[in-house]
Write a protein that binds this ligand. Structure first.
Ligand code: 5SP
Ligand code: FE2
Length: 227
């Protein structure tokens, strides 16, 4: 199956929360494909961020791009249902944060969204083989979840290759996303290892020119994967 078109998904965790609508619109106008929306509950991870009301507010503000909701919460199901109502496109969760992974994935699909699983750096991909027919996205963390601006953990590259093989063997169209420490200077090797969807928070929002940073990321992905 041909590799899916690369997607750049800026994490709005690093946006200006006092001007979230404007900053989100600005990064999309600069060429971003998706909005990566990090939800932290101060329980599953030691930080607290934004919930479904903010997702709904972005939709009302006029954001039409896919919203990629990354749930770092425990439990999962009630909040996932609220995000489906609030306009989420993808909803991903960490398998260890729910009692019934298969049921949580099915509930997200039944609510009209695209379900996915997120794997922390030290969490094995084992569970994937049992639910590969139920996911539209596999998200590998290349930092420990909870904060933006951390450094990329190099073992994520081997794990990407492992996940890519599982996805290709499934014959299904499943996106393989990477999240944490993604920068212009490492995105090429990340793409070469098999990722097709790239979350980048601080690298984009801390840059002066969002469009130039996103363009450089696309060039690095293209030169690492073409030919
Ligand atoms: O889910 C998370 C962190 O838990 C991420 O989405 C980060 O927000 C990415 O930020 P950078 O590492 O790109 O700055
Ligand atoms: Fe994230």
């Amino acid at each position: 199956m041909p590799r899916q078109t690369p997607v750049i998904a800026p994490s709005i965790l690093s946006a200006d929360f006092a001007r979230l609508g404007e900053d989100t619109a600005k990064v999309l106008a600069a060429g971003a494909d998706w909005v990566h929306f990090d939800v932290m509950d101060n329980h599953y991870v030691p930080n607290l961020t934004i919930g479904p009301m903010v997702c709904e507010a972005l939709r009302k503000y006029g954001v039409t791009a896919p919203i990629d909701v990354h749930l770092m919460v425990e439990p999962v199901d009630a909040l996932a249902a609220s995000f489906a109502k609030a306009g989420a496109t993808y909803i991903t969760f960490h398998p260890e944060a729910t009692r019934h992974v298969d049921r949580s994935l099915q509930a997200i699909r039944d609510a009209g969204c695209k379900p996915g699983l997120v794997f922390n750096p030290a969490t094995p991909l084992e569970v994937l083989k049992y639910v590969i027919d139920k996911v539209d996205l596999v998200l590998l963390m290349s930092v420990n979840p909870g904060f933006g601006g951390q450094s990329f953990i190099p073992s994520a590259l081997a794990k990407l290759r492992e996940a890519r093989a599982i996805i290709d063997a499934s014959g299904r169209e499943i996106r393989l996303e990477i999240d944490g420490g993604v920068k212009v200077d490492n995105i090429g090797e990340i793409a070469a290892a098999g990722a097709d969807s790239f979350v980048a928070g601080s690298a984009i929002f801390n840059s002066k020119d969002y469009a130039a940073t996103i363009a450089k990321m696309r060039e690095a992905i293209a030169s690492a994967t073409q030919g």
